[in-house]
Design a binder for this molecule. Structure first.
Ligand SMILES: Cc1cc2nc3c(=O)[nH]c(=O)nc-3n(C[C@H](O)[C@H](O)[C@H](O)COP(=O)(O)OP(=O)(O)OC[C@H]3O[C@@H](n4cnc5c(N)ncnc54)[C@H](O)[C@@H]3O)c2cc1C
Ligand SMILES: *[C@@H]1O[C@H](CO)[C@@H](O)[C@H](O)[C@H]1NC(C)=O
Ligand SMILES: *[C@@H]1O[C@H](CO)[C@@H](O)[C@H](O)[C@H]1NC(C)=O
Ligand SMILES: *[C@@H]1O[C@H](CO)[C@@H](O)[C@H](O)[C@H]1NC(C)=O
Ligand SMILES: *[C@@H]1O[C@H](CO)[C@@H](O)[C@H](O)[C@H]1NC(C)=O
Ligand SMILES: CC(=O)N[C@H]1CO[C@H](CO)[C@@H](O)[C@@H]1O
Length: 602
């Protein structure tokens, strides 16, 4: 409160300074950031190895190497002023504090798979904090636990586990290049979700650098923040540096199959029937479906094909028995099935042949390309949850729309829930999509040609499909999954004055009733909203006070001129009106102390 008062008294004076000094702050923000970094990293590893400005010859290759959505590889995609690739956790404290001090936004990037590119794009001056060099993985076979740093990919994690044990595993995503930093903080599901739940359900500890530059673990961050980062998206709360995982036990031998059925082969009836079967199968068995247009055997004609893709945590005999009992219509034969190790199943779901060396899973940019279309084409995705079976007529309308696309250029990915997902309560973690759902259905448009024409056509088309689905999917809210980020659902105001009500438009879809608690945690740990992006959780202070003075203060605080102001008045550039002014101002101290402890967990 006292700051508000002092600002209001001195405001005419402030505007004078703003007018005089605006050019200065604007052009030097990132240089000052670099100066601050070099000051605070000099006794460490030094900044020369970890900082890339646009002048560095490898700037572009570092930036682009982790852009995993081809939609954002085009020249008009915004670029950061600086990329920092810390080599040690302790350096992140300095990066956070120097960025805050100099009014630079941070976009934290682990694997770079964000569907809307938010980990490396921004409309305001920003730095990319790229975690790619923090990718250590330590497996403790005895304790069935692992520490994995945020920059590791799930493929690297899977491979490391498989090196140590053939019966330990971790239930995360399918595509091996996805980063654990983003995936786990948004939930993270994969082929074992019916047995073990989400990746986030199997996290037991974490390390995070907060807005004050402190390195926290589960104990020091507290249970509320630890709850928030397991499904609420990491980007709103700080920089996650590592996760501690509870590994799960799997049999030596698993079974996979993939069978395609076209409309002529009763696909519609099978999909319709699947809705009653798949969510209620024993939790060792997952049967997902990928549906899309395909070239028919009749030349020049197209049809729709449903590919039923399955993982069974057991042997083929038992699987065939279960299928005979539950889903005989699918007519899966023994020769459709393959017995594999868990790591081979990871190759299969990653779009590789199971004969491939598992080492291909460790590459961030694999030389052998995955067969998954999402890794090969530009894409735009929408997500829905289905709570009541869709009637045959509903699917027939979908086929009409799918027929408008070329073969291979769209996909509906259907993943059954039930099993473990049904047992976990909606508020156990921020991810709320549990018992109420039969399955989820991802709608994807792919395109290959660059340029705005193709992308506009495809995005418009997938939005039409999404509109068509309205009567068949979850309502109030029409639920969504933060890891399948969709900016169509709404975005924060650039002016950082998004109200709770406004953010609810996507917040309730992603988090349902957990949104409110996420806002509470955000308000507690980052009331100044330093960690923010187009869909981050807003803190509540704007709404709570709502005074004109606060609006004025916010305007000034965000302006590029505020840094000078800060120097003259000794106010932090990004801290909120009512809290922690003293914490935000350089010189930086806390991380030097924390540094000593920070290595112990690895
Ligand atoms: C090809 C492909 C396959 C996918 N497969 C699956 C799947 O099988 N299952 C599934 O659940 N999802 C899947 N996804 C979605 C995926 O979970 C999300 O895109 C996820 O956010 C990616 O994490 P990342 O680290 O690779 O992404 P990034 O783009 O690096 O980050 C995503 C978001 O998390 C934030 N973030 C990243 N690292 C940190 C950190 N260390 N601390 C704080 N915030 C951080 C970023 O700022 C950004 O907001 C897939 C996506 C793609 C493109
Ligand atoms: C980037 O360039 C600067 C000077 O322009 C240099 O000091 C730094 O070492 C370079 N960074 C890397 C990672 O090569
Ligand atoms: C980048 O190069 C330009 C000239 O090419 C120079 O003016 C600028 O100072 C350089 N920036 C850094 C951070 O080295
Ligand atoms: C489709 O279903 C009908 C009866 O429901 C059955 O007679 C026919 O053999 C099926 N076709 C295929 C290709 O399985
Ligand atoms: C399908 O057929 C069309 C021509 O009819 C061809 O251009 C296209 O490449 C084919 N697509 C696939 C995925 O085979
Ligand atoms: C300092 C450091 O370890 N840098 C490495 C970061 O990762 C890139 C890509 O793997 C390497 O090229 C750097 O050497």
């Amino acid at each position: 409160m006292s700051t508000t008062t002092s600002l209001s008294k001195s405001s005419p004076f402030l505007f004078l300074i703003i007018l005089l000094c605006s050019w200065h702050a604007q052009s030097h923000g990132h240089n000052d950031f670099l100066q601050c970094l070099s000051l605070h990293l000099q006794n460490n590893i030094g900044i020369s190895n970890v900082v890339y400005t646009q002048n560095n010859s490898s700037y572009l290759s570092i930036l682009q190497s982790s852009i995993k959505s081809r939609r954002f590889t085009i020249a008009s995609t915004p670029r950061p002023q600086v990329i920092v690739t810390p080599a040690h956790e302790s350096q992140i404290s300095a990066i956070v504090l120097c960025a805050k001090e100099n009014g630079m936004h941070i976009r934290t990037r682990s694997g770079g798979h964000d569907y809307e590119g938010l980990s490396y794009t921004s409309e305001v001056p920003y730095i990319v904090l790229d975690m790619l060099n923090l990718s250590e993985i330590n497996i403790d076979v005895e304790q069935k636990e692992a520490w994995v740093q945020a920059g590791a990919t799930i493929g690297q994690l899977y491979y490391k586990i498989s090196e140590k044990s053939t019966t330990l595993a971790f239930p995360a995503g399918a595509c091996p290049t996805v980063g654990v930093g983003g995936l786990f903080s948004g939930g993270g599901y994969g082929p074992m979700l019916r047995k073990f739940g989400l990746a986030a359900d199997n996290i037991v500890d974490a390390r995070l650098v907060d807005v004050k530059g402190r390195i926290l673990d589960r104990k020091s961050m507290g249970e509320d923040l630890f709850w928030a980062i397991r499904g609420g998206g990491g980007a709103s709360f700080g920089v996650i540096t590592a996760w501690k995982l509870k590994l799960v036990s799997v049999p030596e031998t698993l079974t996979i199959f993939s069978v395609g059925r076209t409309l002529e082969q009763n696909a519609t009836k099978l999909i319709h029937r699947w809705q009653y079967v798949a969510p209620n199968l024993p939790e060792d068995l997952l049967i997902a479906i990928s549906i899309g247009p395909t070239n028919s055997s009749k030349i020049g004609e197209k049809t729709i094909q449903a590919i039923f893709i399955s993982l069974f945590l057991g042997r083929v005999d038992q699987l065939l028995h279960l299928l005979e009992e539950n889903f005989p219509e699918l007519s899966v034969r023994r020769e459709d099935c393959t017995e594999v190790s868990w790591i081979q199943s990871a190759l299969f779901f990653g779009g590789y042949s199971i004969g491939e060396s598992p080492q291909v899973l460790t590459s961030r940019n694999p030389k052998i390309s995955s067969a998954l279309p999402i890794t090969r084409f530009h894409f735009k995705a929408k997500l829905d949850y289905v709570q009541e079976p869709i009637p045959i007529s509903g699917f027939e309308g979908v086929w009409k729309l799918l027929h408008e696309r070329e073969a291979g250029m769209t996909e509906m990915l259907i993943v059954p829930y039930g099993g473990r997902m049904k047992e976990i309560s909606e508020d156990a973690l921020p991810f709320p999509h549990r018992a109420d759902n039969l399955y989820k259905i991802q709608q994807l448009a792919y395109w290959d040609e660059p340029g705005p024409g193709a992308s506009e056509r495809s995005i418009t088309w997938v939005r039409r499909l999404y509109n068509y689905m309205t009567p068949y999917v979850s309502k109030s809210p029409r639920a969504a999954y933060i890891n399948y980020r969709d900016l169509d659902l709404g975005v924060n105001n650039a002016a950082d004055d998004t109200s709770y009500a406004q953010a609810s438009s996507w917040g309730l879809k992603y988090f349902k009733n957990n949104f409110e608690k996420l806002v509470r945690v955000k308000t507690m740990v980052d009331p100044g909203n330093f960690f923010r992006n187009e869909q981050s959780i807003p803190p509540k202070n704007f709404q709570a006070t709502g005074s004109k003075l606060l609006v004025l203060n916010r305007f000034i605080r965000q302006s590029p001129f505020f840094k000078l102001l800060n120097l003259m008045m000794n106010i932090s550039p990004v801290s909120p009106v009512e809290s922690e002014l003293e914490d935000s101002v350089c010189p930086i101290q806390p991380f030097h102390e924390e540094q000593k402890n920070s290595q112990s967990s690895f």
